[in-house]
Ligand binder design. Structure first.
Ligand SMILES: O=c1ccn([C@H]2C[C@H](O)[C@@H](COP(=O)(O)OP(=O)(O)OP(=O)(O)O)O2)c(=O)[nH]1
Ligand SMILES: [Mg+2]
Length: 166
Protein backbone atom coordinates (compact mmCIF):
# COMPACT_ATOMS: atom_id res chain seq x y z
CA UNK A 1 0.00 0.00 0.00
CA UNK A 2 1.22 3.49 -0.83
CA UNK A 3 1.93 5.50 2.31
CA UNK A 4 -0.30 8.55 2.49
CA UNK A 5 0.35 11.69 4.44
CA UNK A 6 -2.63 12.64 6.54
CA UNK A 7 -3.53 16.32 6.62
CA UNK A 8 -4.47 17.72 10.04
CA UNK A 9 -8.21 18.45 10.46
CA UNK A 10 -7.19 21.56 12.42
CA UNK A 11 -4.22 22.58 14.50
CA UNK A 12 -6.12 21.76 17.70
CA UNK A 13 -7.66 18.51 16.43
CA UNK A 14 -5.29 16.85 14.00
CA UNK A 15 -6.68 13.82 12.20
CA UNK A 16 -4.91 10.66 13.27
CA UNK A 17 -5.76 7.49 11.36
CA UNK A 18 -5.70 4.32 13.44
CA UNK A 19 -5.36 0.67 12.40
CA UNK A 20 -6.61 -1.76 15.02
CA UNK A 21 -5.66 -5.37 15.60
CA UNK A 22 -8.67 -7.68 16.06
CA UNK A 23 -10.29 -6.97 19.42
CA UNK A 24 -8.30 -3.80 20.07
CA UNK A 25 -10.00 -0.48 20.78
CA UNK A 26 -9.43 3.07 19.61
CA UNK A 27 -7.49 5.38 21.91
CA UNK A 28 -10.26 7.20 23.77
CA UNK A 29 -10.48 10.46 25.72
CA UNK A 30 -12.37 9.83 28.97
CA UNK A 31 -13.63 13.44 29.19
CA UNK A 32 -13.87 16.47 26.92
CA UNK A 33 -10.71 18.48 27.41
CA UNK A 34 -8.56 15.53 28.43
CA UNK A 35 -5.05 15.75 26.99
CA UNK A 36 -4.43 12.00 26.90
CA UNK A 37 -6.45 9.32 25.09
CA UNK A 38 -6.34 6.06 27.01
CA UNK A 39 -4.59 3.08 25.45
CA UNK A 40 -5.72 -0.42 26.39
CA UNK A 41 -3.60 -3.53 26.68
CA UNK A 42 -3.95 -6.14 23.95
CA UNK A 43 -2.42 -8.78 26.21
CA UNK A 44 -2.77 -10.50 29.56
CA UNK A 45 0.42 -9.86 31.52
CA UNK A 46 1.56 -10.38 35.10
CA UNK A 47 4.30 -8.02 36.23
CA UNK A 48 6.22 -9.23 39.24
CA UNK A 49 7.62 -6.55 41.60
CA UNK A 50 10.45 -4.64 39.93
CA UNK A 51 9.88 -6.32 36.55
CA UNK A 52 9.10 -4.72 33.22
CA UNK A 53 7.42 -5.87 30.02
CA UNK A 54 6.80 -4.47 26.55
CA UNK A 55 3.04 -4.69 26.26
CA UNK A 56 1.14 -4.43 22.98
CA UNK A 57 -1.88 -2.18 22.52
CA UNK A 58 -3.10 -3.50 19.15
CA UNK A 59 -3.07 0.13 17.99
CA UNK A 60 -1.07 1.48 15.04
CA UNK A 61 -1.32 5.12 14.03
CA UNK A 62 -0.39 7.52 11.25
CA UNK A 63 0.47 10.73 13.09
CA UNK A 64 0.67 13.70 10.72
CA UNK A 65 3.97 15.43 10.04
CA UNK A 66 4.62 18.14 12.60
CA UNK A 67 3.09 16.14 15.45
CA UNK A 68 4.38 13.51 17.86
CA UNK A 69 2.66 10.87 19.98
CA UNK A 70 3.72 10.73 23.62
CA UNK A 71 2.92 7.65 25.69
CA UNK A 72 2.40 8.71 29.30
CA UNK A 73 1.65 6.66 32.41
CA UNK A 74 -1.79 6.90 34.03
CA UNK A 75 -1.60 8.57 37.43
CA UNK A 76 -4.22 6.37 39.12
CA UNK A 77 -2.38 3.15 38.32
CA UNK A 78 0.90 4.74 39.29
CA UNK A 79 -0.51 5.81 42.64
CA UNK A 80 -2.54 2.69 43.46
CA UNK A 81 -0.33 -0.04 42.07
CA UNK A 82 3.10 1.44 41.33
CA UNK A 83 2.62 0.88 37.61
CA UNK A 84 4.78 3.15 35.47
CA UNK A 85 6.50 3.32 32.09
CA UNK A 86 10.25 2.80 31.88
CA UNK A 87 10.81 5.35 29.11
CA UNK A 88 8.05 7.78 30.07
CA UNK A 89 6.99 9.52 28.00
CA UNK A 90 7.50 7.14 25.08
CA UNK A 91 7.94 8.83 21.73
CA UNK A 92 5.81 7.72 18.76
CA UNK A 93 7.31 9.24 15.62
CA UNK A 94 5.04 10.53 12.86
CA UNK A 95 6.54 8.01 10.48
CA UNK A 96 6.01 4.99 12.74
CA UNK A 97 3.41 2.53 11.48
CA UNK A 98 4.05 -0.36 13.85
CA UNK A 99 2.01 -1.30 16.89
CA UNK A 100 2.29 1.12 19.79
CA UNK A 101 3.85 -0.79 22.68
CA UNK A 102 4.16 0.30 26.27
CA UNK A 103 7.24 -0.54 28.31
CA UNK A 104 5.47 -1.06 31.63
CA UNK A 105 7.27 -1.46 34.94
CA UNK A 106 6.00 -2.52 38.33
CA UNK A 107 7.68 -0.17 40.81
CA UNK A 108 5.96 -1.76 43.80
CA UNK A 109 8.52 -3.71 45.86
CA UNK A 110 6.07 -6.38 47.04
CA UNK A 111 2.94 -6.87 44.96
CA UNK A 112 2.58 -8.29 41.43
CA UNK A 113 0.35 -6.35 39.02
CA UNK A 114 -2.08 -8.30 36.83
CA UNK A 115 -2.93 -6.66 33.53
CA UNK A 116 -5.80 -8.03 31.50
CA UNK A 117 -6.56 -7.50 27.84
CA UNK A 118 -8.68 -4.33 27.60
CA UNK A 119 -7.26 -2.69 30.74
CA UNK A 120 -6.27 0.92 30.11
CA UNK A 121 -2.53 0.96 30.76
CA UNK A 122 -1.31 4.29 29.38
CA UNK A 123 -2.42 7.46 27.65
CA UNK A 124 -1.44 8.83 24.27
CA UNK A 125 -0.90 12.58 23.83
CA UNK A 126 -0.70 14.07 20.35
CA UNK A 127 1.39 17.23 20.37
CA UNK A 128 2.84 19.63 17.82
CA UNK A 129 6.58 19.27 17.63
CA UNK A 130 9.38 21.33 16.13
CA UNK A 131 12.23 19.89 14.18
CA UNK A 132 15.24 22.11 14.63
CA UNK A 133 17.84 23.04 12.06
CA UNK A 134 20.97 22.23 14.06
CA UNK A 135 23.88 24.45 13.06
CA UNK A 136 27.41 24.06 14.43
CA UNK A 137 29.00 27.41 15.40
CA UNK A 138 32.28 28.55 16.98
CA UNK A 139 30.70 30.09 20.08
CA UNK A 140 27.20 30.65 21.48
CA UNK A 141 25.36 33.89 22.33
CA UNK A 142 25.76 35.05 25.94
CA UNK A 143 22.73 34.54 28.21
CA UNK A 144 21.67 35.38 31.77
CA UNK A 145 21.97 31.75 32.88
CA UNK A 146 25.15 30.98 31.10
CA UNK A 147 26.43 27.52 32.02
CA UNK A 148 24.82 27.47 35.48
CA UNK A 149 22.50 24.53 36.06
CA UNK A 150 21.93 21.39 38.07
CA UNK A 151 20.54 23.18 41.13
CA UNK A 152 22.40 26.49 40.69
CA UNK A 153 19.28 28.43 41.75
CA UNK A 154 18.89 26.44 44.99
CA UNK A 155 16.59 23.62 45.96
CA UNK A 156 15.52 21.62 48.95
CA UNK A 157 17.97 19.92 51.25
CA UNK A 158 18.10 16.17 51.26
CA UNK A 159 20.50 13.35 52.01
CA UNK A 160 23.06 12.30 49.46
CA UNK A 161 21.22 9.04 48.83
CA UNK A 162 22.88 8.32 45.51
CA UNK A 163 26.32 8.99 46.93
CA UNK A 164 27.17 10.91 43.78
CA UNK A 165 27.45 14.35 45.33
CA UNK A 166 30.80 15.77 46.29
O1 LIG B 1 6.77 3.90 24.25
C1 LIG B 1 7.01 3.73 23.05
C2 LIG B 1 8.11 4.34 22.43
C3 LIG B 1 8.35 4.09 21.09
N1 LIG B 1 7.51 3.27 20.38
C4 LIG B 1 7.74 3.06 18.94
C5 LIG B 1 7.30 4.29 18.15
C6 LIG B 1 8.57 5.01 17.86
O2 LIG B 1 8.46 5.76 16.68
C7 LIG B 1 9.56 3.85 17.75
C8 LIG B 1 10.97 4.22 18.07
O3 LIG B 1 11.00 4.80 19.36
P1 LIG B 1 12.34 5.51 19.87
O4 LIG B 1 12.91 6.38 18.82
O5 LIG B 1 12.02 6.11 21.18
O6 LIG B 1 13.26 4.25 20.16
P2 LIG B 1 14.74 3.95 19.66
O7 LIG B 1 15.32 3.03 20.68
O8 LIG B 1 15.48 5.20 19.35
O9 LIG B 1 14.42 3.09 18.36
P3 LIG B 1 14.74 3.45 16.85
O10 LIG B 1 16.19 3.17 16.67
O11 LIG B 1 13.86 2.52 16.06
O12 LIG B 1 14.39 4.90 16.62
O13 LIG B 1 9.10 2.88 18.69
C9 LIG B 1 6.40 2.70 20.97
O14 LIG B 1 5.63 1.97 20.36
N2 LIG B 1 6.20 2.93 22.30
MG1 LIG C 1 14.79 6.59 17.85
Amino acid sequence: MVEQRVAPESAAHPRVEVALAPGASLPAYAHPGDAGADLASAEDVVLEPGRRALVGTGVSVAIPDGYVGLVHPRSGLAHRAGLSIVNAPGTVDAGYRGEIKVNLINLDPDTPIEIHRGDRIAQLLIQPVSRAAFVAVESLDASARGAAGFGSTGGFSHGSASGQEG
